[in-house]
Design a binder for this molecule. Structure first.
Ligand code: AMP
Ligand code: MG
Length: 334
């Protein structure tokens, strides 16, 4: 058997995954950095990554029950992401690849989210809604690449939920990210308070909406539950509208939901409904493969390696703003 080891470190998570060339995931160890204040300070997160790297690598090998010398290729998240975090993961990957004497593959983080989603759910050619702390993208494959049909013009939807929660004085815990806390609160809300609904063409904007929600909070006229409910209804309706339009335009037969925000049941429900209306299958990626994870980098590393996409160490710079639609994906057939 041949294996690829993948390292993910674009933001707050450091993760190592191991995938076989046939698409079996043998390990997927994730260590999340949780800061006191709730935000992600790039340097602090990078420090966390370098502190846990050795431990996470050892755990991954133990879980996969393989030896380091059985690794045929090392892949890492080359971008997009936070500079210090990306560089820490890249350094670990370069050291490992040169020690083992195997090729290095630089993987685009957004492509990886789509590829692991397809592997795990069996989706072949979906319209993908990728929603996380740092990204909000509606995409589908066309002519050699994953094209971006719609995206955020400012902050990511996960970031919008996180900043709202932090401003409301909530505290995230292990296993309970801000988005999940908002989801729980929203379930108890019932009164819908209108917030700015900002879809511009196929793109989305969340920052004005976030400011408006924070203003509502300060006015103390509505309960936190009602504002959380209204915030969720508004942002998820925006995401659903853009995804539906991409689906109607492309006439694809699958909708794939991924990223950390994909865990949200209300968002899942809205997307399932539009998928059904368009006779498309709705696929949601399970949490451990929807969050930032090393398995997705390992699996995409396999696909890229099989198509000759390796990178010499001296040219393996990280790419902070590497867009999804800049990447050729020769392994996807028309
Ligand atoms: P990621 O960037 O993929 O690691 O995902 C992290 C983001 O997912 C953060 O913005 C979280 O607040 C968000 N998130 C996690 N669970 C949920 C949930 N149940 N509902 C909404 N957002 C969530
Ligand atoms: Mg994360």
């Amino acid at each position: 058997m041949e294996y690829c080891l993948g390292i993910e470190s674009t933001a707050d998570d450091f993760s190592v995954g191991i995938a076989s060339f046939e698409g079996e995931i043998l390990a997927n160890i994730i260590d999340a950095f949780i800061s006191e204040t709730g935000g992600i300070h790039p340097r602090e997160a990078a420090q966390h990554h370098s502190q846990v790297a050795g431990k996470v690598l050892a755990e991954a090998f133990k879980k996969a029950k393989i030896k380091p010398k059985e690794i045929k290729v090392v892949a890492f998240s080359q971008g997009p992401g936070l500079g210090p975090c990306l560089r820490t993961g890249a350094t670990v990957a370069r050291a490992l690849a040169s020690y083992l004497g195997v090729p290095l593959v630089g993987v685009n983080h957004c492509v990886a989210h789509i590829e692991i989603g397809k592997l795990i759910t069996g989706a072949k050619d979906p319209v993908t809604l990728y929603v996380s702390g740092g990204n909000t993208i509606v995409s589908a494959f066309d002519a050699g690449r994953y094209r971006v049909f719609g995206e955020t013009l400012d902050i990511a939807v996960g970031n919008c939920l996180d900043v709202f929660a932090r401003t409301a004085g909530l505290r995230q815990r292990e296993g309970m990210p801000f988005g999940a806390i908002i989801e729980k609160l929203a379930e108890k809300g019932s009164r819908f308070v209108p917030l700015p609904y900002s879809v511009k063409g196929m793109d989305l904007s969340f920052s004005g909406l976030l400011t408006a929600a924070i203003e509502l909070l300060k006015r103390e006229e509505y309960s936190l539950e009602d504002i959380a409910f209204s915030l969720q209804e508004t942002v998820f309706a925006m995401l659903t509208e853009v995804t539906e339009r991409a689906l109607a335009h492309t006439e694809k037969k699958e909708v794939l939901l991924t990223g950390g925000v994909a865990a949200n049941k209300r968002l899942q429900e809205m997307l399932r409904r539009i998928a059904e209306e368009h006779n498309a299958r709705f696929c949601v990626v399970p949490k451990q493969y929807a969050l930032d994870n090393g398995a997705m980098i390992a699996w995409t590393g396999v696909l890229a390696y099989k198509h000759g996409q390796t990178v010499p160490i001296e040219r393996s710079f990280v790419k902070l703003r590497w867009r999804l639609d800049e990447v050729d994906v020769p392994w996807v057939k028309e």
